[in-house]
Design a protein around this ligand. Sequence first.
Ligand SMILES: O=C(O)CCC(=O)C(=O)O
Ligand SMILES: [Fe+2]
Length: 353
Amino acid sequence: MDPSDVTVKPLSLEDIAAAAVLLERSAAKFRAEPNLAEGRLKSALENKELVNVGVDGAGICGVAFRDPKYGWEVYSTDPLCVPALVKDTIATATLADDQKSTFWRDGYLVFPGMLAKEAPMLKQNMDLMMKAAADTTSDWNAVNDGAAFVLAVNERGEAIPGRFLKVQAAALASPSVLEVLGCTKVVEKVRELYSFLGHDVPPHVDVFGTKFFPMWPGGVSVNWHQDCHYFGTASPRIISCGVYLEDTDQENGCLQVVPGSHTRDFDHLPGNGLHSQGEWATPGPLDKVVDVVVPPGSVVLFNSRLLHGARQNQHTSRTRYSLFGHYVPSDLNFGWRGTDFSHGTYADRHKVY
Ligand SMILES: O=C(O)CCC(=O)C(=O)O
Ligand SMILES: [Fe+2]
């Protein structure tokens, strides 16, 4: 809903501060506090309507919740400071409890068709981007100041001229990549996941390592891996994101995941054949592999420690276009094999909020 429709109501600083602290810790404790019997807030917590607590430069300035009868209500000490808070608050209130626990338990979350409207245009933009490619490279690990158009290889590991495996740092070649990865619909989910994971919601988040995979008929994108292997940090604060621009299924090379694998470490070894670039892992004999079959415009968010890969595209004519990026709190810096992925040093790291 539009934040301008929200009514702001006065509330004492004491109540707001207490609600904020207790919301973080436990709603039960709030209920037990006799001095917080302020009826409306109390029932909001009990009914789990309370959505978020806003903080401005001076500290906590308001709480917001969804009233089943009246819509959004925001209480603040200072009605004038609230519009920004309201916007943030409303933007972060979109994940259901069971989605959060799924992300926690399985390590990933699928949003089918979330960007269905945007997908056809994005696909066209990716075609334009590939047409305009100036140089190509066979270096799968290419990390430059600009985008790298990486060639696909055949079964013998030889580069195939004119066939792209991926565009690394795709955001530097097409602004629409960053528009998608930085769009409110996706970023608000990322914010909510941070707060749910028990970390502080980072004041700022970047997206880095942007990629485009065309996955031609017969082609591949990645073999089994944990993204964190390539980042040189096992921080659970990195959230990976895949945006599938086309129907994606077992035939044209869908994403595969091992639910729950984000709690383990897997060895990665140099690959061969179609996967001769990169280092890859193998699911264990007891691991359950799930095919992530999705309609166009679907978004998948996952813990960067999740073991995942992609099937080969075995279709004779369908492609499987997808975009990738990885969200990272702006204060988290890291590097891998001599590459510093810190903000300000790595060209393909962009602030999304
Ligand atoms: O192509 C895919 O579906 C997965 C890509 C991926 O895992 C990555 O870029 O890290
Ligand atoms: Fe990955």
